[in-house]
Design a binder for this molecule. Structure first.
Ligand code: FPP
Ligand code: MG
Length: 353
């Protein structure tokens, strides 16, 4: 089965992406934690590769395809980090971290089919290469493997995974059908973000606490942190979507908008357009541009939206979600985990500046 599996290239240590190896983490405990997480991530990577070995060239190539194309491994990193609140990276923690990342991968295969996306992680999407059926079945295979790993962790993990899966699907469903009569579009959108992104990040953080046998009272703070940072992350993405093509996104400015995704800047513009003529005129240009492929005015209108108050409001909202994520972890003990999570929240929102 072609093409060959792409090779992931990472320029820097994974945990440095969340500030774990930066100069503010100077003491021996911080450095030891960073090293343990780096080693743990290598074990997770090897473990995931074992899980996508079906000894079947068709299934192996398809399931490894996106895994090998890269990815930040944010979710397993969070699991390994919150496990530092307990006994550290013990075997069940590694299993949970692998299951979380495989679940995430599974969801990406399905998401790309629904979005009719052409590229993911710098390579053509699975359905662009093999078609929808193979992409959907590959997502199913991955989800089966994640479920098998989770089953080994017992009833609590199975329920947690089932609840998370339900929220992922509900998030996608509500996004697909859009707000219903009487729903506030902004509230609806934020709920979609919580469900489709916040839920799995929240579960990743919770699993680290649960399977490292950390004190039970740490579960709620890290779950809230994960949920809120997931929403902050998505809102920053909405702002980045409007930026000119960058190395980071590799996407055309307004890719989501052009695909009909009502991102938060557009929803705020719609709100303002109810009482503000200039906002209404800009909205009309964007809607006309989206409806007319190849429109020469759309790029200019997207650039105006990027500099519009509606985008500034979105950015401020993403900062508020990140701040509330940090507020949630105040009950955690002072130390490396709290510092790293706080830095992680900063890094998320700094992407937009
Ligand atoms: C990406 O959103 C999509 C998600 C975060 C969740 C997708 C969830 C499912 C498809 C349901 C669960 C399915 C399985 C098999 C677990 P996006 O389109 O906004 O982001 P993108 O820019 O990364 O595509
Ligand atoms: Mg998508």
């Amino acid at each position: 089965m072609s093409p060959a599996v792409p090779v992931a290239r990472r320029s820097k240590a994974l945990s440095s992406q969340i500030g774990l190896t930066e100069r503010i983490f100077t003491n021996a405990e911080d450095r030891a934690t960073a090293a343990a997480i780096e080693r743990g991530l290598e074990q997770v990577e090897a473990g995931i590769l074992r899980e996508v070995s079906f000894a079947d060239s068709v299934a192996d190539v398809a399931t490894r395809y996106l895994l090998s194309a890269g990815g930040k491994r944010v979710r397993p990193m969070l699991t390994l980090l919150t496990a530092q609140l307990g006994e550290g990276i013990i075997p069940d923690v590694l299993t949970a971290a692998e299951a979380v990342e495989i679940t995430h991968l599974a969801s990406l295969y399905h998401d790309d089919v629904m979005d009719e996306a052409e590229q993911r992680r710098g390579v053509p999407t699975a359905q662009a290469v093999w078609g929808n059926s193979v992409a959907i079945l590959t997502g199913d295979l991955l989800f089966a493997r994640a479920s098998n790993l989770i089953a080994g962790l017992g009833d609590r993990a199975i329920r947690l995974q089932a609840g998370t899966f339900e929220r992922l699907v509900l998030g996608q469903l509500h996004e697909t059908v859009g707000p219903q009569p009487g729903d506030d579009p902004v509230e609806h959108y934020l709920q979609v973000l919580s469900d489709k992104t916040g839920s799995l990040i929240s579960a990743a953080a919770q699993l680290g606490v649960v399977f490292s046998n950390a004190p039970r009272e740490y579960e709620e703070p890290v779950m809230l942190f994960g949920e809120r940072i997931g929403v902050a992350f998505q809102l920053v993405d909405d702002v980045l979507d409007l930026s000119p093509r960058s190395e980071e996104t590799g996407k055309l400015a307004g890719t989501d908008l052009r695909a009909g995704v009502p991102t938060l800047p557009l929803l705020h513009l719609r709100r303002q357009a109810e009482q503000d003529g200039a906002a209404a005129a800009l909205l009309a240009r964007i809607e006309a541009g989206i409806a007319t492929p190849g429109s020469s005015d759309l790029a200019a209108a997207i650039e105006e939206l990027r500099r519009h108050e509606a985008t500034a409001i979105t950015l401020a909202e993403s900062h508020r979600w990140a701040e509330s994520a940090v507020a949630a972890i105040q009950p955690l003990p002072e130390g490396t985990v709290k510092k790293a999570l706080t830095r992680f929240a900063d890094v998320m929102v700094e992407r937009s500046s």
